[in-house]
Write a new protein. Sequence first.
Length: 306
Amino acid sequence: MTTTFEKTPGWLDWYPDPSTPHFRLPDGAVDAHCHVFGPGAEFPFAPERKYTPCDASKDQLFALRDRLGFSRNVVVQATCHGADNSAMVDALRASGGRARGVATVRPDVTDDELADLHDAGVRGVRFNFVRRLVDVVPQDALRAVVERIAPLGWHVVIYFEAADLADLRDFFLSIPVPLVVDHMGRPDVTKDPTGPEFEAFLDLMRAKPDIWCKVTCPERLSVDGPPALDGERHSYRDVVPFARRVVEEFPDRVLWGTDWPHPNLTDHMPDDGLLVDGIPHIAPTAALQQALLVDNPAGLYWSDTP
Ligand SMILES: O=C(O)c1cc(C(=O)O)oc(=O)c1
């Protein structure tokens, strides 16, 4: 029996025919934040999910990788699949070593399950604090997960809203493995990029030398665009100063990704080729681009391979 799913009303599907970027990615570039959704008939969405997406298969992800000029992907477990990592793991196994993954696991995950995930290419777990996406998981349970994954050399990816950072900061700083922040901690870009709110985020990065930051999702954070559509190669200009501050202060601790297939956008769906054309605006030199796109993700995800 196959299961069919009805998408969340108003769901925007991923952009079907992205432009070829004008910006030429350096050799070995990694799309360090992307997802697969199902396909739902093969990998059903989780009963506890907060949204039901369109399908976005591994083959479609790999086609995007090739179209944009990336070499490799980091596939992050999407919340619509809960703690069932099978669609993500299937993508890793099909990638021929060209994809690594970030999983969602519960504290009762077995050693064998962790070993299988590692063998497939998983190198981290994701803790999500965004309440529209997940039910809150108690910090004790998260600490128990950290104890399970630390011996594998994995890191923890954290996704939170800027308004929640003050409450979460001590917990984050107490985690004894590297952290990777999704989407710059979701700053309110109507505020000053040199003001106290974003400074609090940069202070978090200063306080723990093994925190990394994904300078991703301008399409989610932007308030007045212009969107990455219709040939616009300098999109989401209100987000650029935030990303640039992080890239310039922490050039060795930043990552970039498309966020394809861009779950839960409500306004428009960006052309991923034009998103790539935004990279030189946040990382203006060849050295910054090499670190952001190649060396940093290789160190975090492929350090055990040549
Ligand atoms: O902001 C979001 O809606 C979102 C959702 C997910 C997910 O559902 O996993 O992942 C992301 O990176 C961003």
